[in-house]
Design a protein around this ligand. Structure first.
Ligand SMILES: [Zn+2]
Length: 355
C-alpha cells in the first residue's frame, strides 16, 4: 500500500477490522486515531461489471479482448485509478480515502478468463479488480479453481460472493413455501460468505446479487451474514450517500459502445430522499406509485423515467416532490430515473411485484 493518498495508520486498520467484524458501517471506529479524517471528501465512483473475456465475444456476456483493452485505455487516459470493492467499502465507511478519480472493475460468475486473460492485461495498466464467485461452481469447467482465486487474491484482487448457486433470490421457486424461500435467501448469502472465508482465510466484504435482483429480505440477509456492501446492476454511480446494500454497477457487455462506456464514467448519482414505498418493499399487483424528494437542484430540468409499462414522472417544483407511476411486470422490475441535464444523473432500483 504505497499510494500517496492512502495514509493508513495502524489504528485505522485495526478499526477497519473491528468494523468488518461488526458488519456495520458509517460508525466511528472504536479505536479512532485522532489524525483520521472524520468525514472524507465526497467522491463519485463508477463500478463496472464484466463477465467473460474472449478473443472474440460470442454472446452478450462476453467482452472481446480488443474492446477490453480499449476500455482500459479510456480509463487510463481519463486519469482513473482502479480500486477494489474492499477499498470502496472502506471509503464508504469513512475508514480510508480513495483517489479522486476512482473506478472499480468487477467480474461476475468466476470465469477462468479473469486469471488467464483479464489479469495480464490489467497488470499492464496497473489495475486490480474484484471477483464475484458463485461458490458451488468454483472449479467447474471454464471456471476458476480455488487455487486460481488464491493467486488473484495474493495479487491484490478482492473476492466477493455471487451466492452459492446463482439462484434468483427475489423469485419463489415452484412448490417453494414462503418460509423455504426465506431460508434459501439466507443460505445462498451466508453459506457463500462462510465458504469464501474458509477457502481464503479472509471474509468477503461484498456480495453481488444474481441477475442484480434484490429486495428487503436480501438486503437484510447480507447485513446479517457480515457483508459490508452489496451490488446490483442498476444504473448510476456510487458516492458517500449511496445505500451500501444496493450499489449500482455499469454492465459492460458485448457491444457496449465507446460512447456508452464514456457516458457511464461521467454519470453522477441522482439523489432521492424519503422514498415511499422504501426500496426493497414488495408491491402487490402491477400498480406502482412512488413519491420521493428530489435532492439535486441541478436535475429538475430534464427528468425522465424508465420502468415497466406506462411509466410516468411528475415533479412539483415548489416542493421538489417527485412522483413516479408505472405498471409493473410480475417479479423484479428495474425502475430508473434520470436527468439529462449536466451532469447527467441517474438512479435505479429494483421493485418486486407480487401477483
Ligand atoms: Zn451472475
Amino acid at each position: 500500500m504505497s499510494r500517496p493518498w492512502g495514509l493508513v495508520l495502524a489504528g485505522v486498520l485495526a478499526a477497519a477490522t473491528l468494523l468488518t467484524a461488526a458488519g456495520c458501517r458509517r460508525q466511528a471506529p472504536q479505536a479512532a486515531d485522532e489524525q483520521r479524517p472524520v468525514t472524507l471528501p465526497n467522491r463519485t465512483v463508477r463500478v463496472l461489471c464484466y463477465h467473460n473475456l474472449r478473443d472474440r465475444a460470442a454472446n452478450l456476456y462476453e467482452t472481446s479482448v480488443a474492446d477490453f483493452r480499449s476500455q482500459l485505455r479510456i480509463l487510463r487516459e481519463g486519469g482513473f485509478r482502479a480500486i477494489t470493492i474492499r477499498e470502496l467499502a472502506d471509503y464508504l465507511s469513512n475508514v480510508q480515502d480513495i483517489p479522486e478519480k476512482s473506478v472499480a472493475i468487477t467480474f461476475d460468475d468466476g470465469y477462468k478468463s479473469a486469471l488467464t486473460v483479464a489479469k495480464p492485461i490489467l497488470d499492464e495498466f496497473g489495475f486490480r479488480a474484484t471477483l464475484f464467485l458463485i461458490t458451488d461452481t468454483v472449479g467447474g469447467k471454464r471456471n476458476l479453481t480455488w487455487e486460481d482465486v488464491k493467486q488473484l487474491a495474493a495479487a491484490g484482487w478482492d473476492v466477493g460472493s455471487h451466492t452459492v448457486t446463482h439462484s434468483n433470490l427475489t423469485r419463489r421457486s415452484r412448490g417453494e413455501s414462503s418460509g423455504q424461500h426465506q431460508e434459501r435467501i439466507v443460505r445462498e448469502i451466508s453459506a457463500s460468505y462462510a465458504r469464501i472465508e474458509k477457502e481464503l482465510g479472509v471474509p468477503p466484504v461484498a456480495l453481488a446479487y444474481p441477475f442484480g435482483n434484490y429486495d428487503a429480505a436480501c438486503m437484510q440477509a447480507c447485513r446479517d451474514a457480515g457483508y459490508r456492501v452489496a451490488l446490483s446492476i442498476a444504473p448510476g454511480a456510487v458516492d458517500q450517500q449511496s445505500d451500501p446494500w444496493r450499489l449500482p454497477r455499469k454492465m459492460v457487455v458485448n457491444g457496449t459502445s465507446v460512447r456508452s462506456f464514456e457516458r457511464a464514467l461521467a454519470v453522477e448519482p441522482l439523489h432521492l430522499a424519503d422514498m415511499d414505498p422504501p426500496v426493497g418493499q414488495h408491491v402487490k399487483g402491477s400498480v406502482y406509485l412512488l413519491s420521493a424528494r428530489l435532492a439535486d437542484a441541478d436535475a429538475s430540468g430534464a427528468l425522465g423515467v424508465d420502468a415497466g409499462r406506462k411509466a410516468r414522472l411528475q415533479l412539483d417544483t415548489a416542493t421538489n416532490l417527485l412522483t413516479v407511476s408505472a405498471t409493473l411486470n410480475k417479479g423484479a422490475n428495474l425502475v430508473r430515473v434520470f436527468s439529462s441535464s449536466t451532469p447527467r444523473r441517474e438512479a435505479g432500483w429494483i421493485v418486486v411485484s407480487d401477483p
